[in-house]
Design a protein around this ligand. Structure first.
Ligand SMILES: [Zn+2]
Length: 104
């Protein structure tokens, strides 16, 4: 990945400039800048649990952002998912499809 970044920086400075301009004033890593540029995101995404706080963790270019703003929201969400899963298990004998999504 480093190699790609330096390639962008030195060999295609127009592209590099476009990406940094897009993220002007942001104190974030170049990987995150690139991610936001590629996915056309103006801001960090909101937490999927509270929908108030913005997500603070950016993993890397391939994985993108963490789904939650905090550990609290993550555990709250897990509790909700587990409850739902248990209900599904009782009703249908299966886990939730959402479980598959977040276990990656
Ligand atoms: Zn949250």
């Amino acid at each position: 990945m480093k190699h790609i970044f330096s390639h962008l920086k030195f060999k295609q400075s127009d592209m590099f400039k476009r990406i940094t301009d897009y993220n002007k004033g942001e104190k974030i890593s170049f990987a995150e800048m690139l991610y936001k540029y590629v996915y056309n995101m103006k801001q960090r995404p909101q937490c999927i649990q509270c929908s108030v706080e913005k997500v603070k963790t950016f993993y890397d270019f391939y994985r993108g952002y963490a789904p939650f703003c905090s550990r609290q929201c993550a555990s709250k969400n897990k509790a909700v998912l587990n409850k739902r899963k248990n209900t599904l298990k009782v009703k249908y004998g299966v886990g939730s499809p959402v479980e598959v999504r977040w276990s990656k």
